[in-house]
Structures are given as structure tokens and as C-alpha cells.
Design a binder for this molecule. Structure first.
Ligand SMILES: NC(=O)C1=CN([C@@H]2O[C@H](COP(=O)(O)OP(=O)(O)OC[C@H]3O[C@@H](n4cnc5c(N)ncnc54)[C@H](OP(=O)(O)O)[C@@H]3O)[C@@H](O)[C@H]2O)C=CC1
Ligand SMILES: O=C(CO)COP(=O)(O)O
Length: 329
């Protein structure tokens, strides 16, 4: 299979950074963005002024507002917010090109992982998941980064890796598609919790405790849904959890900082044009955990804060008054 033309669906920070990576690897890269202003600024100024203004883009990245223009692409990176993925996949031109899902979340209405959504909407297309610790602005600037590319067919995985990897963007292959997706979705919710710790001034011990106990929640949930343990301890799980739970470069962590400072979730969400996926993942993750009988108290606390049904002090009190238990139960 020859991959020369790469399509990118989604002109946010991450879609733009990935387009830059694909172009750096010598591929002709066509990026679809919904907003005409994004298309215009990329084509006219080689900048995505709305979502990634600091990084000059390669001349091999072209932008379009027409999804039909992606019909000839040999592979398509799908990078829209999780809740819009179904609609965007349905609107893609008829193609059997592999779809590489790069978004992090769970579809709220159906409770389905994104690769399940993609299989349902585009049954003819092979589906891969790209995930890991990857702040878009660092990737776009060419700083060293490592990711997991999960796909059931190892030959396709190797082809995609060889076409997308550049020395500073290192791709590790896996066939654990669900595992790679679960880590990325769950860590966003946990990053909100860690931001709350920062915003409320609860200290670095508390943040480390949340990362450790949050990882226990991610592991319980992942294993119940068929993820492999080594995926959860890898780049797309623990690796991304550590990154996102320790930096205000994370939108999810920053949202948590605001919540920890006592600002209402609705106000914080209205203030931002960039996506904090954990806010959409938390309610569906809590619902799925309850449906599977999985204990996820930190996820439940984040959901309550976002819904406005509990204050920071109330969720803190609830977490700290849980009965003692074995660390590994
Ligand atoms: N930013 C990062 O560092 C990383 C992000 N991700 C994941 O990538 C995904 C995209 O995030 P990111 O690129 O940061 O997003 P941004 O917050 O930078 O941008 C928002 C994106 O959402 C798109 N959008 C908004 N509404 C719609 C809609 N109705 N239909 C289709 N697209 C819509 C915008 O398109 P338009 O420009 O056309 O308005 C834009 O591409 C998320 O799931 C995120 O978790 C993963 C790894 C790293
Ligand atoms: O997924 C990311 C880093 O891997 C980006 O995190 P945020 O969406 O919280 O900014």
C-alpha cells in the first residue's frame, strides 16, 4: 500500500500539529477545517492563527473547507473533538483509506469508544488509534515525542508508522486499540482532578496521590473493557496521565485549576474556545463505570464538580472519608 497523500480532519491545535508532522515526513498533506478563518490563515499565512498561532507551518500543508477534497487521500487522520467525530466521519467522502483516530474521548450519547463509532459509521475503512503524551505546540515545534499507534493489522500498522514517523516523532506499534483509546480518554478526567488540587492549594503530595489512585481507576476500567495492562502502563496510559496531570499547558488541568479556585464549570467552559475533552468524558465515564460495577471515586468527584452538584470541599471530604482499603484491591 502506498501512502503519499495524507488527509487531516480537524483544524484545531492537534490536527494542525499532526499535519505539520506528516508534511515533515515528505507527505502531501491536506487539512480540513470547519472554520473558514482557519483555512484562510493556513493557506495565506502558513499559520493557524486561531488554534496554534506560535508555529509557522510547512508549505506542504494545505487547508480546505471541503471534506470532499479528501477523497484521494491514502490515509486520513481524524482529529475533531470526540463528540463531533460521528458526524464528521459520516460526512467524509466515500473512501476505504485507513482512518487514524487521534482524538481522546468517549461518545457521550452512546457510551462507545471512538474506534467503535468509526467501525459503525465507516465499516469499510481500517481503523487505527494514535495516542500518547503529546502537547500539540511541542509536536508542531519539532520537539521529541513518542506515541502509540494501535491497529489490529500489524502490516498496516508498519506502513502507517513508516509514513508518519519522523525522528522527533517516534511511533510505537500496538494491536491494543481499545487499550490505547481508554488511557487517553480517562486521563483527561483525572487531569481535571489534578488541576483542582492545584487550584485549591492542596499540595504536591495530594496531586501525586491523585495520579496514583487515578491510575488505579484507569486500570480497573481498562481491564474491565479488555485493555491490556502493558498498554495502560505505556505511553497512551500512564505516560499521558503524567504529562497531562502536571502542566498548565493541559486544557483539562487548567479547567481543573479554575474549578479548584471556586469558579463555576459553566463559566469556565463558556470562556474557552479550545476543547477540554475531560468535561465531556466525565459524565459518560461515570455512567459506564457504574454500569460495569467499577469503583471510580475520583471520576465521580470530577463529574459532580462539573455538574455543580458538589463543591470542592464536599468532594474532598467524600474522598478522604472513604473506608480504608488494600492498595491493590
Ligand atoms: N491539543 C493537544 O495537545 C492534543 C489534543 N488531542 C485531542 O485532539 C482532539 C482535538 O483537539 P484540538 O485539536 O486540541 O482542538 P482545539 O481545541 O485546538 O480546537 C477545537 C477543534 O474542534 C473543532 N470543532 C469544533 N466544533 C466542531 C464541530 N461541530 N465539528 C467538527 N469540528 C469541530 C474545531 O474545528 P474548526 O477549526 O474547524 O473550528 C477545531 O479543530 C481532542 O479530542 C483532543 O483531546 C490529542 C492530543 C494532543
Ligand atoms: O492530550 C493531550 C496531551 O497528550 C492534551 O491535553 P489537554 O487536552 O488537556 O490539553
Amino acid at each position: 500500500m502506498s501512502i503519499e497523500r495524507i488527509g487531516v480532519v480537524g483544524g484545531g491545535a492537534w490536527g494542525t500539529a499532526l499535519a505539520q508532522v506528516a508534511a515533515a515526513g515528505g507527505r502531501e498533506t491536506l487539512l480540513w477545517a470547519r472554520e473558514p478563518a482557519v483555512v484562510e490563515s493556513i493557506n495565506a499565512e502558513r499559520l493557524n492563527r486561531l488554534f496554534l498561532p506560535a508555529v509557522p507551518l510547512s508549505s506542504a500543508v494545505r487547508a480546505t473547507g471541503e471534506l470532499a477534497a479528501l477523497a484521494d487521500c491514502d490515509a486520513v487522520l481524524v482529529v475533531t473533538p470526540a463528540q463531533h467525530m460521528r458526524a464528521v466521519l459520516a460526512a467524509l467522502p466515500d473512501t476505504t483509506a485507513p482512518l487514524i483516530l487521534c482524538s481522546k474521548g468517549i461518545e457521550e450519547a452512546s457510551g462507545r469508544l471512538l474506534h467503535d463509532v468509526a467501525h459503525e459509521v465507516r465499516p469499510q475503512a481500517p481503523v487505527a488509534v494514535l495516542s500518547g503524551p503529546t502537547f500539540a505546540h511541542e509536536v508542531a515545534a519539532g520537539l521529541p515525542t513518542a506515541v502509540t499507534l494501535a491497529v489490529a493489522d500489524p502490516a498496516l500498522g508498519a506502513t502507517l508508522r513508516d509514513r508518519l514517523a519522523v525522528p522527533a516523532f517516534r511511533i510505537y506499534l500496538s494491536d491494543d486499540v481499545a487499550g490505547a483509546e481508554i488511557g487517553g480518554a480517562v486521563k483527561n478526567v483525572l487531569a481535571i482532578a489534578c488541576g483542582v488540587v492545584e487550584g485549591r492549594g492542596l499540595g504536591q503530595n495530594a496531586r501525586a496521590a491523585l495520579i496514583g489512585r487515578g491510575f488505579a481507576e484507569m486500570t480497573r476500567f481498562g481491564l474491565a473493557l479488555g485493555a491490556r495492562p502493558e498498554t495502560l502502563t505505556g505511553l497512551s496510559g500512564l505516560g499521558d496521565l503524567v504529562l497531562t496531570c502536571s502542566s498548565t499547558s493541559s486544557r483539562n488541568y487548567s479547567l481543573g485549576v479554575g474549578l479548584g479556585q471556586g469558579r463555576p464549570a459553566a463559566e469556565l467552559m463558556a470562556d474557552r474556545r479550545t476543547v477540554a475533552e475531560g468535561a465531556f468524558t466525565a459524565p459518560v465515564l461515570k455512567r459506564l463505570a457504574e454500569a460495569h460495577g467499577i469503583d471510580m471515586p475520583i471520576v465521580a468527584a470530577v463529574e459532580a464538580l462539573l455538574a455543580g452538584s458538589a463543591s470542592v470541599d464536599q468532594v474532598l471530604e467524600a474522598l478522604l472519608s472513604r473506608p480504608p482499603r488494600s492498595e491493590h484491591a
